[in-house]
Design a binder for this molecule. Structure first.
Ligand code: URA
Length: 197
């Protein structure tokens, strides 16, 4: 049985060579994911932005800076979590992920999640929320992110029992400082999950 790191390395090698959709033609680098291979908390963002495309690291631009602040606020160290995205390649001009791109790409994300096997899975943004809630058998609880952000759900399918928490995307606070406090308050839920990091 390959260990977690070998499984993640295999995903990384496949993503680097991936040409399954047209995004590989316009990307500079795929952004596979980074963090602790034994993380109890895993975050799933939407897709790389310009800075991530340049560096191959998730959340290293303006949203990443705010994500660091949120983690700090919740008393969680970035090196203890794993961060990946729904899409591994940057959609041109940072447009929203398309349905077909999500369908094509998320096999990689599924393998990352099952390899790491976190206790809590947190989406950052509405596309990753919608994808993961359906995958986890929580489709009937899916509402607009403004209605369910920060709530803790328990998965019924695929990874039954895993906790799922939808968060707003940190970028919303970059452009709307009023959202900063809402996001900080939501992240406090991580302190209450009783996860051994
Ligand atoms: N936004 C995302 O959703 N993911 C990143 O990696 C960076 C910005």
């Amino acid at each position: 049985m390959p260990d977690v790191t070998s499984k993640l390395k295999l995903v990384r090698d496949e993503v680097i060579a991936c040409q399954k959709c047209s995004l590989y033609q316009t990307r500079q680098n795929p952004v596979v994911g980074t963090g602790n291979h034994h993380a109890k908390i895993m975050f799933v963002g939407e897709a790389p932005g310009a800075q991530e495309d340049k560096t191959a690291h998730p959340f290293c631009g303006a949203s990443g800076k705010f994500l660091d602040e949120l983690l700090n606020h919740a008393g969680v160290r970035r090196e203890d979590v794993y961060i990946a995205n729904l899409l591994k390649c940057r959609p041109p001009g940072n447009r929203d992920p398309e349905f077909q791109e999500i369908e094509t790409c998320t096999g990689y994300l599924q393998r990352q999640i099952t390899a790491i096997n976190p206790s809590a899975l947190c989406s950052l943004g509405r596309h990753s929320m919608s994808y993961l809630m359906q995958k986890l058998g929580l489709g009937d609880k899916l509402k607009s992110i403004s209605q369910i952000h920060g709530q803790v759900f328990v998965a019924r399918e695929w990874l039954p029992g895993i906790k799922f928490i939808p968060f707003y995307h940190p970028a919303v606070a970059v452009y709307n400082s009023g959202m900063k406090e809402a996001l900080k308050k939501d992240f406090e839920v991580l302190k209450k999950l009783d996860l051994v990091l």
